[in-house]
Design a binder for this molecule. Structure first.
Ligand code: NZQ
Ligand code: ZN
Length: 346
């Protein structure tokens, strides 16, 4: 096991109707005026934004709003949000939605705390990030894991580059996770989310150093849970239990728990980000489009690891190359079954 530090300070508020505690949470974490950052309108249509506004009002928290974040969020839009946040003198940022809204909220939080410093300089680590504004989250899609992750991803449209910023300052102060909020998701987005959750663990699982049994057991249990719950959620997007499992797995998959004590690879994510930057494809779909090819390319480097994966995650009996390949095939078929592309052509 490699040395590691593990600290996920995000307070999780999980379950039905939990969004009504939003105002209380902001207050508890010291906010007096919040900027609510959200996407293209799903949170408005579902009535969620209204409930959040009401809960802030009940606690005497002032707020301003910044809606319109697009999937694969852009740098220029986040910079507009920074300007608004500074103009409105907010001291708290609320991200409402999925990875795109939450990552934009994180970016705005950094910009508001560091006025005058271009966001991209922070992103490229030209300027070290030493302070930020507190962020709270109301999650509406189990996928990116941004609600507890140390990462945020933006696309710089001018140079055509999509890039993540990893820093402990990216961990939100709290994350409200009500699985019922996901019931309005289109099936394609559910599929993309399942793929992304699996990939955050797979990218930590297939690496050279593996002397770490507990981390393996957590990763394999998480993958089995996501595979099974994902099927159920796609059959019935209003299945509370299945969505609960997906939501919790989404957070655990990307807050570093499933990779403790070992290196991180993330080659597939890097390929996916290049595809999204060029073609604006949905993140989860870029990952499944390349994973099978990636696996075909690397599996002979460590056949035993792929055999172990096939047994533990897919319950395939046997040993040797055939079993390793069967594990890869099962994974690719699963991606197909949840409506994801498994080649660049698709
Ligand atoms: O914008 P709205 O109208 O809200 O619609 C969104 C969007 O079109 C919709 N949606 C979300 N919740 C919904 C809903 N529609 C109906 N009902 C709901 N309850 O879903 C669409 C996708 O939303 P988005 O936020 O883009 O999804 P996701 O959570 O998959 O986030 C993707 C972004 O996160 C980044 C990705 O690269 C991508 O930019 N990632 C962030 C990570 C991180 N910060 O740790 C790690 C990931 O690897 C990933 O890179
Ligand atoms: Zn991802």
């Amino acid at each position: 096991m490699r040395n590691f530090t593990y600290c996920v300070p995000t307070e999780i508020v999980f379950g039905k109707d939990t969004e009504v505690s939003c105002g209380r949470e902001v207050k508890k974490h010291g906010g007096t005026k919040a900027l609510i950052v959200y996407g293209g309108g799903s949170a408005r249509r579902s009535g969620l934004l209204e409930r959040i506004e009401k809960s802030l009002e009940e606690e005497g928290i002032a707020y301003a709003e910044f809606g319109g974040v697009k999937p694969n969020p852009g740098l220029a839009f986040a910079e507009e949000g920074v300007e608004k946040g500074i103009r409105e003198k907010v001291d708290f940022i609320m991200g409402v939605g999925g990875g795109s809204a939450i990552d934009t909220a994180k970016a705005i939080a950094h910009g508001v705390a560091n006025p005058g410093i271009p966001l991209w300089d922070i992103w490229m680590k030209k300027v070290p990030l030493t302070r930020t504004t507190k962020v709270g989250v109301v999650l509406t899609i189990p996928a990116a894991g941004s609600e507890t992750s140390d990462s945020a991803v933006l696309t710089n449209e001018v140079i055509g580059k999509k890039s993540g910023l990893g820093t402990e300052l990216n961990r939100p102060a709290f994350a409200i996770m009500n699985p019922e909020l996901t019931f309005t998701l289109p099936k394609y987005q559910i599929g993309c989310g399942i793929a992304d959750i699996m990939m955050h663990t797979l990218e930590r699982y297939f690496i050279p150093d593996q002397e770490n049994r507990m981390t393996d057991e957590i990763a394999e249990g998480l993958l089995r849970t996501v595979i099974d719950s994902g099927r159920k959620a796609l059959q019935n997007p209003a299945d509370y239990d299945a969505m609960s499992e997906l939501m919790w797995c989404g957070s655990l998959s990307h807050n570093n728990l499933t990779g403790l004590g070992r290196a991180k690879d993330f080659s597939v994510h890097k390929l996916g980000h290049a595809l999204s930057a060029r073609f604006d494809c949905v993140h989860g779909a870029t990952l499944t489009a390349v994973w099978g090819s990636w696996a075909e390319y690397v599996w002979t480097n460590d056949v035993n690891r792929f055999v172990h994966y096939a047994k533990q995650v897919w319950g395939i009996e046997g040993s040797g190359e055939e079993t390793a390949r069967e594990g890869i095939e099962k994974t690719v078929s699963y991606f197909k079954s949840i409506g994801m592309p498994v080649s660049l052509g698709e």
